[in-house]
Design a protein around this ligand. Sequence first.
Ligand SMILES: [Zn+2]
Length: 304
Amino acid sequence: MSHVQLWRHRAPQESLYLWLFLWLMVPSVVGQQPNVPPLRIIAIFAHPDDGEAKMGGAAAMWAASGHHVKFVSLTNGDAGHHEMGGGPLASRRRMEAQEAARRLGIEAYTVLDYPDAQLVPTLEARHDVIREIRAWQADIVIGLRNNDYHPDHRNAGQLVMDAAYLVVVPNVVTDVPPLAQNPVFLYMQDGFQRPYPFQHDIVVDVTAHLDQKVDALDAHASQFYEWLPWVDGNLQDIPASAQARRAYLDERWRSRTLSASQRAALERLYGSDTAQAVVHAESFEIAEYGRRPSQQLINQLLGR
Ligand SMILES: [Zn+2]
């Protein structure tokens, strides 16, 4: 076959690839599937930094894709330190949360004022959760499972599940209009095994957003450079300079590997070739309460 013939034979195929490439790229450049409205996502948890640690990469990816993302911490975090506490710690943590939101690119981050380490599933707190979900007009609500080492995490998880369904009931919390349809409820990832291990239903590739996640964690200096190292007994390992601290945090998070079950879920969702390229991922379990997610919604969350 001559060179000219080769070119002639390959041209239609190459042009097909070009069109396929453009067809695949245009929606990802725009950040969303065409004619599909962006999602309204709210994550509700116990402490300022829970959302960043468990799903900061996914939040950054969703925000960059044009979805509307809000974080809500139910407590003000005023017990999370060994040298300070109360109002001064709460105000410091509010500022850290706002900076984390800025670094993730999410639209809003509300820190409610329930005292840290004292969160219980009261009616007042349940109604606040219902107000937050309704006011955000949420399509997706992400909470914690209510089996966890920390009572605030358990109770925050309980409060979100208690709001599932009630967000559509007009006679409950009459000062904010009910949602027209029940959102999809998801759980953030955890490693607890009882009563059953976490299910990796939706696994988001966050490899490209790990830097942003570490930046968001870095914003919580009171936690990642002071309180948590003190609890873990390695406060002496924290470097002094801001740059060295950031590098220390980055190394710790970057060295985390995917579990076998997470890897298997990635292969199921993305196919083995694409899954192999994933280095960092964040998983979500679909709660039994709330609406069932459509395949389109799952694809939006996966970023495709
Ligand atoms: Zn927490």
